[in-house]
Design a protein. Structure first.
Length: 381
């Protein structure tokens, strides 16, 4: 077939009625409904979806994206500076694009300078985590902020900072945080200081709707809190990123992330900021999905990563397969974790098609069902 010939031109369309007749014969008296996937009470999905159940043109998911590319993340524990630098340069040389520095303690300005010396900050995004107490944040951020102000390309630097419990912090911290948000918006516009932590809401397949509701509640709380303190909705939204876990239910996890994008677009619409792109979605493999067997983890990680990427995430971190054995991950397992993502880009080209799941009626139906149930419950709550 010539490359310009329309695909499937030689095949006639098969109506839904024709398919259902064929299915009835094959099932030999068994009902189609008996094959439904019951995800949870009140949430079941038929294995059969057809074009006649959908509009001629399915609406595209909100994106503002030019490709399906994502950043390859890796966690870098920061205990001693030399060990952290060794791990970091191994990761960067292995193709990591979004190192996340997991601080074991707050770092002062000289330590930040030593830690990041030689790291081309304008070629990667930089993420800071490990902050367990919100009161630690201002000092950590001021030291980091002072360091990056010395960088000649500071306005192009990108990254984020994770703070546990920020959505429910005390009023005094929120007021101080509002000042830092305003300051950072203009002095370091590529950094996001507000993370919607969806990992706390992960409950597996049976709790997928509650997980989506939890993300909406936390995100709306952040929006409300800082707009109430006088910041514009655009400024607050500019600082938000969403971080969620991904489980092992392949199609369900694809639909969950896609539904999250639809749902957050509704949040943006409520604040009148539809002209802005969606916040970045950061994904990490659910700890509950990992086991002690590293070989099993490697297989699981591949399918979980595919779910995340096909759904259209912005950053993905795959833990080393032996990270759940209570010991330090080996260099080999860290390299394999990176290479899973390299293979998806360089051999499978999953970064080249925007919204690869679009047009799959099964996934579209599941996405729509999750989004509707989560939004209805969120509005009632």
């Amino acid at each position: 077939m010539a490359s310009h010939d329309p695909l499937f031109e030689a095949f006639s369309r098969v109506s839904k009625a024709e398919w259902l007749e064929k299915i009835r014969k094959e099932l030999k008296g068994q009902s189609l409904e008996s094959l439904d996937w019951v995800i949870r009470p009140g949430l079941a999905l038929s294995p059969f979806s057809h074009r006649e159940d959908w509009p001629l043109e399915l609406p595209p998911l909100p994106a503002h994206r030019l490709s399906n590319d994502w950043e390859i993340g890796e966690d870098i524990p920061v205990d001693t500076i030399p060990d952290a630098r060794r791990r970091a340069f191994e990761a960067l040389e292995g193709g990591v694009q979004a190192p996340r520095w997991n601080l074991k303690r707050p770092l002062k300005l000289p330590e930040w300078e030593e830690l990041l010396e030689g790291v081309e900050l304008d070629f990667v995004s930089t993420h800071i985590a490990g902050i367990q107490k919100v009161e630690e944040f201002p000092a950590i951020w001021e030291a980091f902020f002072e360091m990056v102000q010395m960088h000649p390309q500071r306005l192009s630097l990108r990254g984020s900072i994770y703070i546990h419990g920020i959505a429910f912090a005390e009023e005094a911290f929120a007021r101080e945080m509002a000042k830092l948000l305003e300051k950072s918006t203009f002095a370091l516009p590529g950094f996001r200081l507000l993370t919607v932590n969806g990992h706390l809401d992960f409950k597996g397949s049976a709790g997928v709707v509650e997980e989506l509701i939890g993300v909406l509640v936390r995100g709306a709380r952040l929006m409300d809190r800082y707009t109430d303190l006088g910041l514009s909705a655009e400024m607050v939204h500019h600082h938000i990123q969403i971080s969620v876990s991904i489980g092992t239910d392949y199609f369900l996890e694809i639909a969950k992330i896609r539904a999250l994008r639809v749902l957050w677009a509704h949040i943006m619409e409520a604040y009148g900021i539809t002209h802005l792109p969606l916040p970045p979605i950061d994904v990490r493999l659910a700890a509950e999905s990992q086991v002690k067997d590293p070989n099993q983890n490697m297989i699981r990680a591949t399918t979980q990563a595919m779910s995340a990427v096909i759904a259209g995430v912005d950053r993905l971190t795959i833990p080393p397969s032996d990270a759940f054995q209570g010991q330090t991950a080996t260099s080999f397992s860290r390299r394999i974790a990176r290479n899973v993502q390299h293979l998806m880009k360089m051999e499978s080209y999953l970064d080249r098609v925007i919204d690869p799941a679009a047009g799959s009626y099964y996934i579209e139906q599941l996405t729509d069902t999750l989004a509707r149930q989560a939004w209805e419950n969120f509005q009632r709550g």
